[in-house]
Design a protein around this ligand. Structure first.
Ligand SMILES: [Ca+2]
Ligand SMILES: [Ca+2]
Ligand SMILES: [Ca+2]
Ligand SMILES: [Ca+2]
Ligand SMILES: [Zn+2]
Length: 438
């Protein structure tokens, strides 16, 4: 009898081990399916893509990975361009999936942020068929990526890399004409320099409309990252202005802009968004709310814990957004303040505060200083692009891994032990009852 019971016990144990090991886990390899997602989709990641190349990328992504990538417009800009969204997810699960929301390019001159967004989408799509971790992510979560919120700025930033705001037409000098006198590349070297001396300062340009003023009415615009309806026009802060001339003009009302309205509508209709990233450039840092105050956010502990991990992965420092400077109507404050989404602003590259670099790119001629290379203040040289893309991809992958349901490893072990325990108890009872019988 003892032998039979031992055999039964061994069978039960083996059975449990088989049950456990057949559960999906990142520790076990899974067979890849026969999806057509292994279509070779090549794209160069060591250059800046222009407007038509970006549209071409979206088209190709949609065509090559139609099972997992949807591309749709979430709104229009002032110049009637689409604000595209890339939605990445497999359709394996019918349950609502938790989401990571990525929005790049609030600011026209921060071109690297578009590349970061496109690269993240490309990496996820091209690795789905062969990489188990990516497969697991796309099976169980959704990623919404807005690669270029300020879509009107793409072409403009190539003509004037100082351009920050959107292209809402505004007559800053009140002459009845809109956007009639932006800076000009007078010397034809492909740059717009900034100059200053003891008496004055300005940008390279001519008096385009002959009103005696130079560069008095630039293209646009409103600072999209001061236009959200959370502490909008808060006058206690250091950044945000109601003067349309200002680079941080907040707009005439919260959500006065088509671009921010598009974000508002999207976020309000996607309650599955749990984490969010807004990519910017100018410096290198991971920021968490609040932006309008030095007070800590209610979920400070979780923000710090996530930021600490992302910092370790990427090498970027992290701190509360207001430590950089306080500002009003900011995206992250609205995302978290109104929707309680864990929202991070990530500054992916920049020369902010690097006086040595600025000095290296400044020339003095007869008491007047000229600063060149504003493009490279916000955007890495081409040989450094890939490095920036990789660092930020890792951040996105980290947040996505946090969205995955917790490993059920422990549950299966406990479950197995309960079954074994119950069977042993059963055997004991059977034996006892037999003792009584004989
Ligand atoms: Ca004007
Ligand atoms: Ca004018
Ligand atoms: Ca204007
Ligand atoms: Ca003028
Ligand atoms: Zn920015």
């Amino acid at each position: 009898m003892k032998k039979v019971e031992t055999i039964i016990l061994i069978i039960i144990l083996l059975n449990n081990i088989i049950i456990y090991s057949s559960q999906p886990s990142i520790f076990h390899s899974q067979k890849t399916g026969s999806l057509s997602t292994n279509v070779f989709f090549q794209f160069s990641w060591n250059k800046y893509h222009n407007y038509s190349e970006i549209l071409n990328f979206l088209k190709k992504l949609n065509e090559s990975y139609s099972e997992i990538a949807k591309i749709y417009s979430i709104g229009k800009t002032w110049n009637n361009r689409n604000i595209w969204c890339i939605e990445l997810s497999s359709h394996v699960s019918s349950k609502p999936k938790p989401a990571l929301f990525i929005v790049s390019y609030h600011h026209a001159r921060e071109r690297i942020t578009i590349e970061v967004a496109l690269y993240t989408a490309w990496y996820l799509a091209t690795n789905y068929a062969t990489n188990n971790t990516i497969r697991k992510i796309l099976d169980q979560t959704v990623i919404y990526i807005i690669p270029a919120l300020n879509a009107d700025g793409i072409e403009i930033s190539e003509i004037n890399p100082w351009q920050r705001k959107n292209l809402r037409p505004i007559d800053e000098d009140g002459d009845g004409k809109v956007d009639e006198d932006p800076p000009n590349d007078v010397d034809g070297d492909g740059e717009i320099y900034q100059w200053w001396n003891n008496a004055s300062s300005g940008f390279e340009g001519i008096d385009d409309d002959g009103d005696g003023l130079v560069n008095e009415d630039w293209l646009g615009g409103v600072d999209l990252n001061r236009n959200y309806d959370f502490h909008w026009n808060d006058t206690e802060v250091s950044s945000g202005s109601s003067d349309p001339h200002s680079e941080v003009y907040i707009g005439s009302a919260p959500f006065s802009e088509l671009e921010t309205q598009a974000i508002k509508n999207f976020v309000e209709t996607h309650e599955n968004i749990k984490y969010a990233i807004s990519f910017h450039s100018g410096t290198e840092v991971i920021l968490y709310p609040w932006s309008y105050t030095y007070d800590p956010p209610p979920d400070e502990e979780e923000f710090v814990s996530l930021a600490e991990d992302m910092s370790e992965i990427s090498g970027y420092p992290y701190f509360q957004a207001s430590e950089l400077y306080t500002c009003s109507g900011e995206w992250g404050d609205w995302m978290y303040g109104v929707h309680r989404i864990f929202a991070f602003v990530i500054e992916v590259y920049g020369q902010y505060g690097n006086d040595t670099w600025i000095l290296e790119h400044t020339k003095e001629i007869d008491g007047t200083f000229y600063f060149y290379n504003i493009w490279e203040y916000f955007n890495p040289p081409e040989n450094k692009i890939k490095n920036v893309l990789e660092r930020n991809l890792q951040i996105a992958l980290y947040l996505l891994s946090k969205l995955l349901p917790k490993q059920r490893f422990d549950v299966y072990i406990i479950f197995s032990f309960i079954i074994v325990f119950m069977m042993i108890a059963l055997i004991v009872i059977v034996r006892k009852s037999r003792e009584h019988t004989y």
